[in-house]
Ligand binder design. Structure first.
Ligand SMILES: [Mg+2]
Length: 288
């Protein structure tokens, strides 16, 4: 018995030593990791100190590329749209052909690699680099978009792509959509930006020949003229006024990286410096 207690005592002491060893090792390792993190933060800080906006774009692109929640939100929009479409198609016969209207960028195609490319150079959007990106025709699809639009087409509903990409981007845009077999990817169904960025006239022209069942976009201007050139407060008000359209006729995809919401914050001023933009953000944010 005594032998057993001696053994137990020795075992406990040995374990204590092992425990002390592991605590010391963990402490040294934690110090190393902290030092490494500090170094990495310092490097990241060095890269981005000149441009808080670029840092914000990297963060939002990370959400778009790595958050499963982003994917789930996109699925949610397109699942609901399919449910509504089935419901509409059960109700009857129509005198004119049926159509849905969709924006392209951040609704059908995911351009987050462009955001990242620019932000890593401390830059925001500019038309020259944007045209280089769209000519590559290498954007991936927004989750859920392809299967929904293919389904709509299979039910006899035409898909119109109404985008503020311009004429110079026609070839690259069609090539990018055709790569994935999106339906109706022809010149008749691709409605690029003409003289106006407003989509009102293009929507009217679809409605002249078709019954427009639903619309898709990441920007409220994709849905109605009611949101155009409005202040932040008035965009909120117009959203309340159109509350019943969301999820029934208007299907919104998430885009935390850019959009008319951002232009409204800048009061539609062009060519602001990044310091001015940063200062505007700080002036409107609500702290506790
Ligand atoms: Mg868009």
């Amino acid at each position: 018995m005594l032998q057993f207690f001696n053994y137990l005592y020795f075992y406990q002491m040995r374990n204590k030593k092992i425990l002390v060893f592991f605590i010391a090792a963990a402490f040294i390792s934690a110090c190393k990791t902290t030092k490494q993190s500090v170094n990495q933060t310092a490097i990241a800080h060095q890269v981005n100190t000149t441009d808080a906006v670029a840092a914000a774009k990297l963060f939002t692109a990370t959400f778009q590329q790595s958050a499963a929640e982003y994917k789930a939100l996109c699925y949610q929009a397109y699942n609901l749209a399919k449910f509504k479409l089935d419901e509409i198609l059960m109700t009857g016969k129509y005198a004119r052909p049926l159509a849905v209207m969709t924006d392209i960028d951040e609704t059908v195609l995911n351009n987050s690699p462009y955001q990242v490319h620019q932000a890593l150079m401390n830059k925001d959007y500019d038309p020259i680099s944007w045209h280089e990106w769209t000519a590559k025709a290498s954007a991936d699809t927004v989750p859920g978009a392809l299967s929904f639009f293919q389904y709509a087409a299979s039910r006899g509903v035409e898909v119109f792509y109404v985008t503020n990409r311009d004429e110079a981007e026609r070839v690259g845009t069609l090539k990018n959509l055709q790569k994935f077999n999106f339906p109706n990817t022809d010149n008749q169904h691709l409605m690029l930006m003409g003289k106006s960025s407003s989509k009102v006239q293009r929507r009217d022209s679809i409605e002249a020949t078709h019954i427009l069942l639903m619309q898709f976009g990441d920007n409220l201007n994709d849905f109605s003229g009611a949101f155009e050139k409005k202040s932040v407060a008035d965009r909120m008000k117009a959203t309340d006024e159109n509350r019943n359209q969301f999820g029934t006729q208007f299907f919104v995809l998430p885009n935390p990286s850019y959009g008319e919401w951002e232009n409204a914050i800048y009061k539609y001023q062009r060519n602001l410096t990044t310091a001015q933009k940063d200062s505007i953000y700080r002036s409107i944010l609500k702290d506790w």
